[in-house]
Design a protein around this ligand. Structure first.
Ligand SMILES: Cc1cc2nc3c(=O)[nH]c(=O)nc-3n(C[C@H](O)[C@H](O)[C@H](O)COP(=O)(O)OP(=O)(O)OC[C@H]3O[C@@H](n4cnc5c(N)ncnc54)[C@H](O)[C@@H]3O)c2cc1C
Length: 536
């Protein structure tokens, strides 16, 4: 350690301040406590769960299998918690996260209802000074932003949006008090993963539902089901094996890859296989589909034609069916939603679809929504319009080191190493942030949490108090992420690139090389004593 530096924390300051009590923040808290660090978590919400605290809209539910999404750091926890369904709903998920926090006595380390407004690195004391919106300040050696990639809701800039006199909520800021849709006229704006979950739940009780669609999405059935007693037993019996698969699988799921290809199959064989995929649960439509579906446009087209035929067979009105079939992107070029009764809902007499490409939204009025086709009155507007993905929360933290602002450094898009740190901001980490991987989030976010934990332990063991990423390592990783944008399965015009947010730089915010690259990079770094970092 450099003797000129006064790196002694003040009494009462934690070693680590974590921002965010979602899956990543709680995982990081648990692991650092386990390693003997003192830790405080600050969280803007008044409860734990992050995504599962804020997104309590009707129909909110996993599309990762419940038991593959939960924490894997304790077999006892895995055995004790009983998921009722393969894809649990929000209330159950929120209960789960609360159960975990109480079981491991983590709640006393969390301060709720406070938002970080700025964070400043102090080189002399080698600590971060973090200001909260209640006027208090925290100081800690390390600052870990577990602020999530989907935690800043986006509302479109429609004139008059505040003029609406009825009830309106964004799905990502849904209130705790239940919203009663009975007999009401409802607008659902947005048809991505959240909007498509809301419709089937609300349509049966509402007087009318109008769905405002800008982009049709390739929706396929979630195929959820209760977990039987036999399955429960088997899950517990196979924990070690399941964990081993989840710790290493390329996408964080336990789904087996398929080697056969769509283009080599004959038509009837392919039809039968696609039928089987259509009937399979959740993300298997991506992970256990034909091997060429996500990489070969011709194979992808065959899968799209299969889905289009399904939509035409489900939706009675041919014009509505055509509008619900995507025409501007291939399967998985936007995050494909998984649905239960979405297409069927359009057969109800009280459900109507407005294509915003034909009749764009003009303004929100006190009574409802006006498009170029006229005004429609509503009692409730559900804004299912997505998030400022990847960088939204991090850029709002007010992170500063000397004259350098993170927001300036990232003005053209994020630059990171493995999505855990960026150069010039010592002792600042952001597991669960941009540039990591894609798939079942908690699994690769957990890889990042483990890496940050190991790095902090290594520094502590060596008596070091300052960890700063080498700019060359950042440049290498960022260039790799940017290269992945070319011809990627993620397309080029969607929230993965920030395209849904006006004025946001157009940069791929995910690492298209995925979890295998992340795991390999972390393993090499550990094996070589973290050469990407300057430690002192
Ligand atoms: C509706 C929905 C469904 C999803 N379903 C799945 C799924 O099935 N499978 C999957 O893998 N992923 C899913 N995701 C992605 C999901 O975000 C991740 O799985 C995971 O929950 C991320 O956890 P996290 O802790 O990294 O971030 P979050 O859960 O977003 O938690 C971040 C926390 O940080 C807090 N925070 C942010 N900024 C500040 C600040 N300045 N001050 C204080 N606190 C702050 C926020 O309040 C929030 O609680 C879904 C996302 C959404 C929105």
């Amino acid at each position: 350690m450099n003797p000129a530096v006064d790196a002694t924390p003040s009494p009462g300051d934690p070693d680590v301040l974590i921002v965010g009590a979602g899956m990543t923040g709680i995982n990081q808290l648990y692991r650092l406590l386990e390693e003997g660090f003192t830790v405080e978590v600050v969280e803007a919400g008044d409860g734990v769960g992050g995504t599962w605290f804020w997104n309590r809209y009707p129909g909110s539910r996993f599309d990762s299998e419940s038991y593959t999404y939960g924490f894997l750091f304790s077999e006892e926890l895995f055995a004790e918690w009983v998921w009722s369904e393969h894809f649990a709903g929000q209330p159950e998920i929120e209960r789960y996260v609360n159960f975990v926090v109480d079981k491991f006595d983590l709640r006393r380390h969390i301060t709720f209802g406070v938002r970080v407004t700025s964070a400043e690195w102090d080189e002399a004391s080698r600590t971060w000074t973090v200001a909260l919106d209640d006027g208090t300040v925290r100081r800690a050696r390390y600052l870990i932003a577990a602020t999530g990639v989907l935690s800043v809701p986006y509302l479109p800039e429609v004139p008059g949006i505040d003029d609406f006199a009825g009830v309106s909520h964004h799905t990502g800021r849904w209130p705790k008090e239940p919203v009663d849709f009975t007999g009401t006229r409802v607008a659902i704006v947005g048809t991505s993963s959240s909007g498509v979950q809301v419709l089937p739940v609300v349509a049966p009780v509402a007087a009318s539902v109008t769905v405002f669609q800008r982009t049709a999405n390739w929706c396929t059935p979630l195929n959820n089901s209760p977990i039987t007693d036999e399955e429960q037993e088997q899950l517990r019996r196979d924990f070690a094996q399941l964990k081993q698969i989840l710790d290493t699988s390329p996408h964080g799921f336990h789904h087996a890859a398929v080697e056969d290809t769509a283009l080599d199959a004959d038509a009837s064989e392919r039809e039968a296989f696609f039928e089987q995929v259509w009937n399979s649960p959740g993300f298997r439509k991506l992970t256990s589909n034909y091997a060429d579906v996500l990489v070969d446009p011709a194979a992808n087209q065959l899968w799209c034609e299969f889905i289009a035929a399904k939509i035409r067979s489900i939706v009675h009105d041919p014009m509505t069916a055509e509008k619900l079939i995507p025409k501007d992107h291939r399967y998985a070029q936007k995050r494909p939603p998984f649905v239960a009764g979405y297409f069927e809902a359009f057969n109800l007499p009280n459900v109507d679809l407005v294509d915003l490409r034909e009749t764009p939204m003009v303004r929100v009025t006190a009574r409802g929504i006006e498009t170029t086709a006229g005004e429609r009155p509503f009692d409730i507007i559900v804004w299912a319009t997505g998030f400022d993905f990847g960088t939204g929360a991090l850029l709002r933290l007010g992170v500063r080191s000397g004259d350098r602002l993170l927001a300036d450094d990232w003005a053209d898009g994020p630059a990171t190493w493995a999505g855990v740190q960026c150069a010039h901001f010592p002792n600042f980490f952001f597991p669960g942030g941009p540039h990591a991987a894609a798939g079942n989030n908690p699994r690769y976010n957990s890889d990042q949490v483990e890496f940050v934990t190991d790095l902090l332990c290594a520094a502590r063991a060596a008596g070091q108090t300052r960890i700063e990423l080498d700019p060359a390592a950042e440049a290498r990783w960022t260039a790799m992420v940017d290269r992945g944008a070319e011809g990627s399965a993620f397309g080029s015009d969607n929230y993965y690139f920030g395209s849904n947010i006006p004025g946001k730089p157009h940069r791929l915010l995910l690492n298209a090389a995925g979890r295998p690259k992340l795991l390999k990079t972390f393993a090499a770094s550990r094996a070589n004593d973290f050469p990407e970092f300057h430690r002192s």
